[in-house]
Design a protein around this ligand. Structure first.
Ligand code: TRP
Length: 453
């Protein structure tokens, strides 16, 4: 393979490696922690349905477009967009996709690392037996005590950010591939064990109905925006993470099938996590709408009462941490790759980017205790960052990417790069990308802003 085709950052070893890396990026706190709690806050079934529709009509098509741009240029998202904008003669605005993505990446990484720190902290808590025989009140109190301690939160946020930087600094091949090959399958198996446990709980069917009975009266404009935003967040779209990974994808690999796998696995993990968590929520009289603590309060109750709970619980939270780790890496990769193209060493670039995100993360740490009362439009510092990135920046990035690939890159060029063997499938995808995704995202945006009310 020529250097031109290979790019300067390395290349995945093969088809399954890209799937692993992209799935590692996609499957993370978004699936295990965020999806269940926002589903709880937004009333369940109807929200899940809109979320699934967004995955299919916006997420998957945009993912294909992102990977395509990455692989075609073999550059970091910022430079990929610069090059493609110039080549196609598209308005300069599209160049901005790369920059906005880098900004979203900083914001997301900053709070993502804090939440991942909770998971690290819970590994030790569960292993110590602190949750044996615990009830809903006890588990809620333990979670509250954790949030009230900014020093503890900062320590684990620091540990997580350091771990993330350590892998990124080693580079794409050595750092990532080796770890993911073992970890992803183990995570999946453990989830199936937990799922088996949840089937034995009295609240399983109630949780199931909560997730899959569609009651549209519970759906507000904001819920729809949250569902759309989360479909981008969970698939790591709209900021260049998947574009960066696409830049390391072997040339001969067909994009369509590969991406279907990633979308399917990601959705499966989210739905299974939802079924597990809501089974426990309803079995123990917890509130589905109790917010970001949902996973951290509900799962320890299950581990505290099941046979072998200390073992399974410890392993589970280790895996949550690892899933978060493999996602965090992809959040930082676009900015690091850009700095490397500028001639900065990978290690220095990583230190600067992770250091800055770490500092910003202190705001999220404090928003759960010292700053909890400081609110902007009713949102804490953490809520604001989360809302701004997931519900505004990512969908906007996705919208621009869909329009760019749909309307400015020539059909021939797209066809050659996408390498989709099935002609009909290619046409369907291109149609969705040109018309359906931009329309869906725009309508939901306007709806969320209250334009139709
Ligand atoms: N998708 C990941 C999760 O669900 C988070 C993530 C990784 C992400 N890379 C991203 C979110 C890029 C937005 C953009 O946990």
């Amino acid at each position: 393979m020529s250097d031109q085709k290979r790019g300067m950052h390395g290349i995945w070893a093969g088809r399954w490696t890209f799937i692993l890396a992209a799935t590692g990026s996609a499957v993370g706190l978004g699936n295990l922690w965020k999806f269940p709690y926002i589903t709880g806050e937004n009333g369940g079934g109807a929200f899940v349905l809109v979320y699934l529709a967004c995955i299919l009509l916006a997420g998957i098509p945009v993912m294909l477009a992102e990977v395509l741009l990455g692989r075609k240029t073999r550059l970091s998202p910022i430079n990929a967009m610069a090059k493609m904008t110039e080549e196609t003669g598209a308005p300069k605005l599209f160049h901005g996709i790369g920059w906005m993505g880098a900004a979203s990446g900083f914001f997301i990484l900053s709070f993502y690392s804090v939440i991942a720190g909770w998971a690290l902290l819970y590994v030790g808590k569960i292993a110590s037996g602190a949750f044996v025989g615990i009830n809903a009140d006890g588990s809620g109190a333990a979670f509250g005590a954790m949030l009230a301690d900014p020093v503890g939160l900062t320590i684990w946020h620091t540990v997580f950010m350091f771990l993330t930087g350590a892998v990124i600094a080693r580079g794409v091949n050595k750092g990532l591939e080796a770890a993911l090959k073992i970890l992803m399958p183990v995570l999946f198996i453990l989830m199936l064990i937990l799922f088996g446990y949840s089937l034995t709980t009295p609240g399983f069917m109630q949780g199931f109905h909560f997730l899959f009975d569609f009651d549209f009266s519970k759906l507000s404009g904001e819920s729809v925006v949250v569902a759309l935003g989360h479909s981008f967040f969970t698939l790591s779209l709209g900021m260049g993470a998947i574009m960066a990974y696409g830049a390391y994808m072997p040339q001969e690999q067909s994009l369509g099938k590969t991406i279907m796998w990633v979308g399917l696995l990601d959705t499966l993990v989210a739905l299974i996590a939802g079924m597990i968590i809501f089974a426990i929520v309803f079995s123990n009289g917890l509130e589905p709408s109790s917010g970001p603590g949902l996973m951290f309060v509900s799962l320890p109750i299950a581990f505290g009462s099941m046979p072998g709970g200390i073992f399974f619980g410890t392993v589970f939270f280790i895996l949550v941490s690892i899933a978060a780790w493999s996602s965090a890496i992809s959040i930082a990769e676009p900015a690091v790759a850009w700095a490397v193209e500028k001639g900065i060493t990978r290690v220095k670039a990583t230190a600067a980017i992770c250091g800055f995100a770490w500092f910003l993360g202190l705001g999220t740490v404090l928003s759960f205790n010292e700053w909890a009362e400081y609110k902007l439009f009713g949102k804490t510092f953490f809520d604001t960052l989360d809302f701004l990135t997931a519900n505004i920046m990512l969908p906007l990035g996705g919208l621009l990417i869909a329009i760019f690939v749909g309307w400015f890159v020539s059909s021939d060029a797209v066809k050659k790069e996408a390498n989709i063997e099935n002609e009909t499938l290619f046409k369907v995808w291109r149609f969705i990308l040109r018309f359906v995704s931009p329309a869906a995202v725009s309508i939901i945006f306007l709806h969320g802003l209250g334009v139709f009310n």
